[in-house]
Design a protein. Structure first.
Length: 325
């Protein structure tokens, strides 16, 4: 595969151009795959979702989508994958509940890079097991986009499928490999995917595992998930969705004293992070209205179990990074 984007390729900026691209890729996939089956790790992120929708259009039930729920996704994401792809698009979707398997492996692991390695390796193993259960799979679809080729070579390793055993001998199907992220979003809209999936903000491969700082516990992980959902809901209500590049919550592995219901409490703080960037190399902090921060604080401390304090991270990049781990 050439690593150079064809000079003749027009930037996909309109639905008409997206529809032409879709028609071209549907024909290319049909020519490559024929009547054989294709396997796809469907995370629910932008790239894998657009690939799934495109391949469903091309080969229908011959695309086998595997969605692995490792317990580190944001609130409502596994349910959305099932609703959009199985219920609305009639996809051949395999849902794997691997929550206990992942969280048991991560129990007591503090070091961030070790957590990443465990999550990545376990994902490969679960996906391999599901792949071996399928008959007649000859192709592996991936959500490779052009920046992945430029940065990390032809296999999109951070999707965690680059480590599958050689004996599976899958041929790659990568219909988005010459598109930039903004073009992928235009194609996703043209394919009929919902806006909250197409325009989903960046999300790290290890998911909430790097936002539940230190050793992951189920109760603190649930507090991260619930506080993140409140933050996203309030940003959407107040016109910040789409305006702020990335926003999320983090919960460190320590507690502080507080007062709840007239009684002394000893619970976690929630840290809010909201940043803007063009290239993720540097980032500025969003100037969130103080009244909104107060409202979000009131909701989180009232609705999220185990939390008694909310903090706002004012640190740009540098000196801080966007994520905490």
């Amino acid at each position: 595969m050439s690593n150079v984007r064809p000079e003749s390729m027009e930037r996909i900026t309109t639905e008409a151009l997206a529809q032409a691209f879709i028609a071209e890729q549907v024909a290319a996939v049909k020519a490559q795959v024929g009547d054989k089956k294709v396997l796809l790790a469907l995370s629910g992120g932008v790239d894998s979702s657009v690939v799934a929708a495109l391949l469903i259009k091309a080969i229908g039930k011959n695309l086998v989508c595997v969605h692995v729920n490792h317990g580190l996704l944001r609130k409502g994401e596994p349910e959305q994958v099932i609703e959009v792809f199985r219920n609305q698009m009639d996809a051949n979707l395999v849902y794997v509940d691997a929550v206990d398997r992942f969280l048991d492996k991560l129990a007591g692991v503090v070091e961030p890079e070790q957590k990443r390695k465990i999550i990545g390796a376990e994902f490969i193993r679960v996906f391999e097991e599901e792949a071996r259960k399928q008959d007649g799979i000859e192709f592996l679809a991936q959500g490779t986009i052009y920046p992945d080729i430029l940065e990390s070579g032809p296999v999109k390793a951070h999707h965690n499928v680059g480590g599958l055993p050689e004996d599976l001998k899958f041929e790659l199907v990568e219909p988005l490999k010459f598109l930039f992220k903004d073009e992928v979003r235009v194609v996703g809209k043209a394919l009929g995917l919902p806006d909250n999936m197409v325009f989903r903000q960046p999300f790290p491969g290890p998911g909430l595992g790097v936002r539940c700082l230190g050793a992951i516990t189920r109760d603190r992980l649930e507090a991260v998930r619930e506080s993140d959902a409140i933050l996203r809901e309030e940003f959407a209500k107040n016109g910040l969705e789409g305006k702020v590049w990335q926003y999320f919550t983090v919960i460190p592995d320590f507690k502080s004293v507080g007062v709840k219901d007239g009684k002394r409490s000893f619970e976690w703080p929630v840290i809010l992070r909201a940043v803007n960037t063009k290239d993720a190399m540097t980032a500025t902090v969003e100037d969130v209205p103080f009244a909104l921060l107060q409202h979000i604080t009131a909701r989180i401390t009232a609705e999220v179990k185990g939390v008694n304090r909310v903090l706002f991270d004012l640190t740009p990049k540098p000196t801080g990074t966007i994520e905490w781990e």
